[in-house]
Design a protein around this ligand. Structure first.
Ligand code: IPM
Ligand code: MG
Length: 371
């Protein structure tokens, strides 16, 4: 089959990790006889530098005409440290999510057996953790009215949600729970926030359409604690935009590295796939960033296109790279591989599958001796 994939490498390490995801996709295309047509576009700080706009219209066009979007990372320190900047790289991503209606952000969190001892959390706490976070992505405080008084003394960020916005993602989260361990936890702050009370009421009302799913609720502060105390209690988590942003970064610690967490942002017409990590400016251009989150995002992209065995081939290759410790320095302190070598290994394993044991003898020749 033939698919058009919009590729937005973005800022910082984005281009380096996206390149590895493309290697994995090319290997899949080769083995399973597909054609992926990549349409590259710019967004973020690089787009501001080139055009003054973090999301040029051309990028939006390329994305809406694609079968799926593969995105790298966004952000640059020159904007982070300047609260007066009128135009920011992140606005590009936020506008893209909004314009394409990518309301449902899915972030799987798993404790990989090979990495359990990398996590600062104890093995017995995280072993067996498998969570799917459903984060609402186009509403809430991210997109509310923002104001700064003329004298600069008062700032305001409004937060609103409609029943419709809550229902459409809640249905997807319930359905996901049905295919898993049949538990859905709504994370909110219903003891304080009106929007959270609407979430609770709306989600509770939907629950009778999914009688096989056990629904429970947690306040976000307690949820943040439970995520570290006993993450195994979670199956599917449903939450609003800001809480989902925070909880998913916290949850990434369970996986041993934020460099492993992939995500899908799905709407009615379009879907975007990206690592949850940022642009990691300190590592830019050094060939040391972990490409696995980007590669796993490519696997989520394939699943979205219905190419499940292809996605599985990528996931197996990632498992193999973890088992053989063909990983970057965040996961492999003693003998790290470079970003591109990890990508080469993954592509090679997809191409050769079980036969690639023959190549393992040589892979250590590619190991970095610089770091
Ligand atoms: C994420 C990121 C974004 C967000 C930033 C880059 C705007 O942190 O995807 O989690 O806050 O949603
Ligand atoms: Mg975030």
């Amino acid at each position: 089959m033939k698919y058009t994939i919009a590729v937005i490498p973005g800022d910082g390490i984005g281009p380096e990790v996206t390149e590895q995801a493309k290697k994995a996709l090319n290997a899949v295309a080769d083995v399973y006889d597909h054609t992926f047509i990549y349409k590259e576009a710019i967004m973020g700080a690089c787009a501001i530098d080139a055009t003054g706009n973090p999301l040029p219209n051309e990028t939006l066009k390329v994305c809406s005409a694609s079968d799926a979007i593969l995105f790298g990372a966004i952000g640059h320190p020159k904007y982070d440290n300047d609260p007066t900047a009128k135009v920011r790289p992140e606005q590009g991503l936020l506008r893209l999510r909004k314009e394409l209606g990518l309301f449902c952000n899915v972030r799987p969190v798993k404790a990989y057996e090979q990495l359990i001892d990398n996590s600062p959390l104890k093995r017995e706490i995280i072993e067996g953790t498998d969570i799917s976070i459903y984060r609402e992505l186009t509403g809430g405080i991210y997109f509310g009215i923002k104001e700064l008084s003329d004298d600069g003394q008062i700032a305001f960020d409004g937060c609103s949600y409609t029943v419709e916005e809550i229902e459409r993602i809640a249905h997807l989260a319930f359905k996901e729970a049905q295919t898993r361990r049949k538990k859905l936890t709504l994370i909110d702050k219903a003891n304080v926030l009106e929007t959270s009370r609407l979430w609770r009421k709306t989600v509770t009302a939907l629950a009778n359409q999914y009688p096989d799913v056990a629904l429970d609720f947690l306040f976000v502060d307690n949820a943040a604690m439970q995520m570290i105390l006993n993450p195994k209690q979670f199956d599917v988590i449903l939450t609003e935009n800001l809480f989902g942003d925070i909880i998913s970064d916290e949850a990434s610690v369970i996986g041993g590295s934020i460099g492993l967490l992939a995500s899908a942002s799905v709407g009615k017409e379009n879907a975007l796939f990206e690592p949850i990590h940022g642009s990691f400016p300190q590592a830019t251009g050094k060939n040391i960033a972990n490409p696995l989150a980007s590669i796993l995002s490519a696997a989520m992209l394939l699943n979205h296109l219905g190419l499940h065995k292809e996605a599985n081939a990528i996931e197996r290759a990632v498992q193999k790279s973890l088992s053989l410790e063909i990983t970057t320095e965040d996961l492999n302190k003693t003998h790290p591989f470079t970003t591109s070598k990890v990508g080469d290994f993954i592509a090679d394993y997809i191409e050769n599958q079980d036969d690639s044991i023959l190549n393992f003898k040589n892979i250590h020749m590619g190991q970095s001796t610089i770091i």
